[in-house]
Design a protein around this ligand. Structure first.
Ligand code: SF4
Length: 93
């Protein structure tokens, strides 16, 4: 969505490159080492990513402009929710 500002970033943030799959995997591996963090099942993860892929708030294929998170990481977390308060797109699982 052109011209939309991420709620979590200042005007000065410049995107240098898209996050790579290796960076996503590294972040998920680090989270997996915490016993307190639980992941969703693979089918739930895929459903969430599908919803994000169709969402107007997704930028660069990875960043949610509502919360500033990388959706490929946020969608893994059992406690995470789509930040749209009136239209939670992850709610149907
Ligand atoms: S988390 Fe929700 S608001 Fe953000 S990109 Fe995904 S579906 Fe859209």
């Amino acid at each position: 969505m052109k011209g939309q500002k991420c709620k979590s970033c200042s005007e000065n943030v410049k995107i240098k490159a898209q996050i790579s799959q290796d960076q996503i995997n590294d972040a998920i591996d680090k989270l997996a080492r915490s016993k307190r963090i639980k992941f969703v099942r693979d089918d739930v993860y895929e459903f969430r990513l599908l919803q994000c892929s169709k969402c107007e708030y997704l930028e660069h294929g990875s960043t949610c402009m509502q919360c500033g998170c990388f959706v490929q990481i946020r969608a893994k977390l059992e406690d995470a929710r789509c930040p749209l308060s009136k239209n939670n797109r992850w709610a149907h699982q």
